[in-house]
Design a protein around this ligand. Sequence first.
Ligand SMILES: *Cc1c(COP(=O)(O)O)cnc(C)c1O
Length: 240
Amino acid sequence: MPIPDSMESRLAAIRTRMAAACARAGRASAEVALLPVSKTFGVEAVRQAMALGLRRFGENKTQEIRQKAAQFEADGPQWVMIGHLQTNKARDAARLAAEVQSLDRLDLARELDLRLQKEGRALDVLVQVKTSPEPSKFGLDPAALPAFLRELAAFHSLRPRGLMTLAVQSDDPQAVRECFCCLRMWRGRLREDGFLGLERLSMGMSGDFELAIEEGSTEVRIGSAIFGARSYPARLPGGA
Ligand SMILES: *Cc1c(COP(=O)(O)O)cnc(C)c1O
């Protein structure tokens, strides 16, 4: 039996709730991946999570990835960039990230592609979409997605694999659900337009992942429910 309120017990509880949400939605558990979000937590927490079988970790600052990555050998974690990425940090992302989920504009795509070419590697990317009316959220306006994806095709080092969003912060589950529903709808529309590489929907966090799974999420990004409370709010403007 895991110790109560250990990382192991919190992780087990999340997996149980994920499985239950899948069952409610008539989905197989294997359809939904878990991306633990380790931002603000130290390498000890990451090591502990690795001992529990986790390998990919979401982070929102390239600087933090750099600091953490330096403390692991080559078989260390895979770092997934989920926070707002400044264009002048594209080089760090191209070197350090296994994946970027917060691609939301062409100048960033262009710079990432250039830096990736220099590194001689390609990168899976998700396009971050603004599905909520909140003014502070990053992400592409959904209506701009078709044109954006057409332009992305020119950047051969970027492999668009799906869409990512943050739902509105609201006590109204229906409002949250609509954000997730919007993302799934756009994936369907884009696939009909021929963007068949778009399979993944990264949506759902500690506070709303069950709704996200019910609405078709293929990966939930969970921080505080696994690692504990952070000492700053989860959603600083800028994903800082
Ligand atoms: C911090 C963060 C998460 C995880 O948030 P929790 O509420 O701690 O689960 C997920 N996605 C993004 C983009 C984040 O910045």
